[in-house]
Write a protein that binds this ligand. Structure first.
Ligand code: HEM
Length: 360
């Protein structure tokens, strides 16, 4: 089994729109395989299970002393989960050990940025499973099933679950700071230019992409102490409607050319730095998809809330890193703390895409 066969989203029926995939887990692993053959066998087993999880299944009778073939957490009627998306992503360290000949030119380890407080135990990984579905039980069932299929070869490294709030009629879902998140995004018709790889020198990567995952704590106790207008200036948007401060509805485009000094939308606001909407910065746009996470309490009794920020792009340096560098020192940094994540390569899959929707 070569890498080409490790395609993501095997056997995909038409993917559910992301708004219906409100739950996700990002689970990073290191491979403990000791040979290329073992690694390929493991990847093959994972791919088979991913295909099977989506299809209706007939319960298999097992010997009385053997463990059941399925965890049973979705009940006895194994209807399959057509809304399930599972992507296998490969970190730079995967290619350090295996399939060096298939290493995409753009894969590299996640770097540390100015405002990061990275925990090495929550960063990187040889391989990541990105699992998304409408319900959390579907996500966890798939994770358990795949962990079982990979037992002996996959050593868990870190994992973060996330979810999006129930859809409301008033637009994009809100993050823990109360702002709509996912309003402005790369559109499906722009994916060929900004998301999918198309490198003639590396034909096996054509139609693949790079996934960036960033685990970002949100310090809600501090956030809740500042005024609404300060919050809105930090993002550059109205909290209630999601409109840019100079607009009136969520989908209005900010008119930065009319406000060169930042009198209306501050020059340091998150949206203005992230996407200045100039010809020079257009190529750095990213396709974002974010999930809120909610853990328990930290050692000080503060709520452990945050964002699983993810984005897809064809060039991590020219896109995600360029955006992140523009955001360096933005006022929002006083209220967030990026602590983990990684960069992963998603190989092409045969047809279709699960990215052709808006998302956070
Ligand atoms: C836009 C929140 C981290 C890139 C936005 C918006 C909000 C937001 C509320 C405006 C609504 C929208 O258009 O989606 C946050 C929060 C973050 C975070 C709370 C951290 C906890 C990041 C990171 C990046 C990023 C790490 C990339 C490095 C963007 C971009 C936009 C955006 C590109 C769209 C700007 C536009 O096109 O107008 N974010 N964000 N954000 N954010 Fe973030």
């Amino acid at each position: 089994v070569g890498l080409a066969a490790c395609a993501r989203d095997e056997s995909a029926p038409k993917p559910a729109p992301v708004a219906e995939q409100r739950h996700a887990t990002y689970a990073a692993f290191d491979l403990t395989c000791t040979s290329a053959a073992e690694t390929d066998a493991l990847l093959h087993a994972l791919r088979e299970r991913i295909g099977a999880l989506r299809q209706p299944r007939t319960p298999v009778a097992t010997a009385i002393t053997a463990p059941p073939t399925d965890s049973g957490t979705l009940g006895p009627d194994l209807d399959g989960a057509p809304d399930l998306t599972v992507n296998i992503g490969y970190g730079a360290s995967f290619f350090d050990r295996w399939h060096a000949d298939k290493r995409p030119a753009g894969i590299r380890p996640m770097r540390e940025f100015d405002d990061d407080r990275l925990d090495p135990a929550r960063c990187h990984g040889d391989l990541i499973l990105e699992i998304r579905a409408a319900d959390q039980d579907t996500v966890l069932h798939a994770l358990r099933d795949l962990s079982r299929a990979g037992r002996g070869g996959l050593a868990p490294r870190w994992r973060q679950d996330g979810s999006q709030p129930s859809p409301r009629p008033d637009g994009a879902p809100r993050n823990h700071f109360g702002f709509k998140d996912g309003t402005s995004n790369v559109r499906p018709e722009e994916f060929d230019r900004l998301v999918w790889l198309d490198d003639a020198a590396q034909p096996w990567t054509r139609g693949g992409t790079f996934l960036v995952v960033r685990l970002i704590r949100m310090l809600t106790e501090f956030w809740d102490r500042i005024s609404l207008s300060e919050q809105e200036n930090i993002f550059g948007r109205d909290r209630a409607s999601g409109a840019p401060i100079d607009g009136s509805t969520e989908l209005d485009a900010p008119q930065y050319a009319d406000d060169p000094g930042g009198d209306v939308i501050p020059l340091t606001s998150h949206i203005r730095l992230a996407n200045p909407r100039t010809a020079e910065t257009d190529g750095s746009r990213i396709f974002r998809r974010a999930y809120n996470y909610a853990g328990g309490l930290d050692v000080n009794g503060n709520l452990d809330l945050g964002l699983v920020f993810t984005c897809l792009q064809r060039d991590v340096v020219a896109q995600f890193e360029a955006v992140q560098e523009r955001l360096s020192g933005e006022p929002l940094t006083d209220y967030i703390a990026p602590f983990g994540g990684g960069y992963f390569y998603l190989p092409p899959r045969d047809a279709g895409t699960d990215c052709s929707t808006t998302g956070g």
